[in-house]
Design a protein around this ligand. Structure first.
Ligand code: NAD
Ligand code: ZN
Length: 355
C-alpha cells in the first residue's frame, strides 16, 4: 500500500517490483480515461512496459455481467496470459469489476488497484473484495482477490466532483465514529483543505482511514467478527439508498443510516447520549445530509432493509457505537445487536426530515 501525493509517477517502478508482468491491461471508465487512465498508460509505456487500455462505462453500470464478459474478452484479445496483470484505475466500480475480471480470467491473474475516488481509496480498495451486480441486486457475484499493490495518489482527487468527494467522506466519518474520535475532530477541522483538494491533507486522511478499515478487516475476511463494525450505518443506509432509487449516493445514504442507527443505539441504552448529535454535526460540517427524507416511511425503510438479498434476515442486525470512537460489544463478544423493530422505527421517526 502506497499513499503519497505524486505517487502515480512511481507506478511503473512499483509495478516492476510488486507485479512484474509481460503485459498490463489498464482498466478504467469513460470519465477517468481522459483524466487519469491516459496518464497511467503513458507513464507505463515511457518506462518500457507493455500496456493497453480497456475502457468501460462510468458508474455502477460498469459492474454488469455484460461488462465483466467484455473485459474478459478484451483481456484475451489483447493477448494477456497468466503472466499478464490488470491495473484498475478509477472508482470503486472500476476496482470491483476489474478485480473480479482478474480473479476469474484464466482462474486468476494479478490485479493492482489505483483508486481515484475518495470512497475507493478509503474503502473499496482495502480488504480484497471484488464483484459485480446481478439484475436482482448489488454485489451478488464476487470473489476475494487481494491486489498485489494499492497505489493511492491523492492528487487524482483534484478532478473528483464535490458530490463524489462527500460520498467518500461519509465513510471517513464512519471510520472516526467507530474507532477514533480525535481523527473525526481532525477531519472536521480540515474541511476547507479537504475541499480545496490539498493533497498532503488528503493523504493523511486516506492513510488513517485505510489503517482503521484494515484493522477491522485484516483478521476477518469472511465478516464473522470485527469486520462487522465496518457495517455501521449500512443496514439502514442500504435501505435508504434503495428507496431513493439510488438517487442518493452511497455515502450520503450511509451517513443518514449512521445517524439513525446511532440514535437507535441511544434508545436501546447501548450508546452514550448525545452521540447521534455528534455524528450529525460531523456529517453536516462536511456538507452531508443527516436526515431521512420525509417521503420515506419508517416501515418502508425497515422493509427495504429486510429485502437485502445478501442477508435475508428475519431479524435485522446492527453494528452500534458505544460512543464516538468505539463500537458496542454484546455480552458474549459479538459485534452486532438485534435491535427491536419498534425501537428502530422510533429512531427513524426522530431522524426524519420534517415534510
Ligand atoms: N470492494 C469493496 O470492498 C467495496 C467497498 C465499498 C464500495 N464498493 C463499491 O464501490 C462502488 C462505488 O465506488 P465509487 O463511489 O468510487 O463510485 P464510481 O466508481 O462509480 O465512481 C464515481 C464517479 O466518479 C468518476 N470518477 C472516478 N474518479 C474520478 C476522478 N479522479 N475525477 C473525476 N471523476 C472521477 C467515475 O467515473 C464515476 O462517474 C460501488 O459499486 C460499491 O459497491 C466496494
Ligand atoms: Zn459503504
Amino acid at each position: 500500500m502506497v499513499v503519497r501525493p505524486g505517487a502515480l509517477a512511481e507506478l511503473p517502478a512499483l509495478l516492476r517490483h510488486a507485479a512484474p508482468a509481460h503485459r498490463y491491461a489498464v482498466v478504467t471508465d469513460a470519465n477517468v480515461a481522459p483524466l487519469w487512465g491516459d496518464t497511467v498508460l503513458r507513464l507505463l509505456r515511457q518506462e518500457g512496459l507493455v500496456a493497453d487500455p480497456i475502457v468501460v462505462a462510468a458508474g455502477e453500470r460498469a459492474k454488469s455481467r455484460e461488462s465483466w464478459a467484455e473485459v474478459l474478452d478484451s483481456l484475451l484479445a489483447l493477448g494477456l496470459g497468466r503472466d499478464g496483470c490488470v491495473v484498475a484505475v478509477g472508482g470503486g466500480a472500476v476496482g470491483d469489476l476489474a478485480g473480479f475480471a482478474a480473479a476469474t480470467f484464466l482462474r486468476g491473474i494479478p490485479v493492482v488497484q489505483v483508486p481515484t475516488t475518495l470512497l475507493a481509496m478509503v474503502d473499496a480498495s482495502v480488504g480484497g473484495k471484488t464483484g459485480i451486480d446481478l439484475p436482482a441486486g448489488k454485489n451478488l457475484a464476487g470473489a476475494f482477490h487481494h491486489p498485489r499493490l494499492v497505489l493511492v495518489d491523492p492528487s487524482t482527487l483534484a478532478t473528483l466532483p464535490d458530490q463524489e468527494l462527500r460520498s467518500g467522506l461519509a465513510e471517513v466519518v464512519k471510520h472516526g465514529a467507530i474507532a477514533d474520535s480525535t481523527y473525526l475532530v481532525g477531519v472536521m477541522a480540515e474541511r476547507d483543505a479537504i475541499f480545496d483538494r490539498v493533497a498532503s491533507v488528503l493523504a493523511v486522511v486516506v492513510a488513517r482511514s485505510i489503517q482503521i478499515k484494515a484493522s477491522f478487516a485484516a483478521s476477518d475476511p469472511y465478516e464473522l467478527g470485527p469486520r462487522k463494525a465496518l457495517n455501521a450505518g449500512h443496514t439502514i443506509g442500504h435501505a435508504v439508498e434503495l428507496l431513493s432509487g439510488y438517487a442518493l449516493p452511497h455515502g450520503h445514504a450511509v451517513g443518514i443510516g449512521l445517524v439513525v442507527e446511532t440514535r437507535a443505539g441511544e434508545l436501546a441504552g447501548l450508546t452514550a447520549g448525545g452521540t447521534a448529535a455528534r455524528v450529525e454535526l460531523a456529517l453536516g460540517t462536511l456538507g452531508l445530509p443527516t436526515r431521512v427524507p420525509a417521503a420515506m416511511d419508517p416501515a418502508a425503510v425497515l422493509a427495504a432493509a429486510r429485502s437485502d438479498k445478501k442477508t435475508r434476515a428475519a431479524q435485522l442486525h446492527y453494528a452500534v457505537l458505544s460512543g464516538i470512537g468505539a463500537v458496542a460489544r454484546t455480552g458474549d463478544g459479538g459485534w452486532t445487536f438485534a435491535l427491536a423493530d419498534d425501537l428502530v422505527v422510533m429512531a427513524l421517526e426522530q431522524c426524519r426530515e420534517r415534510a
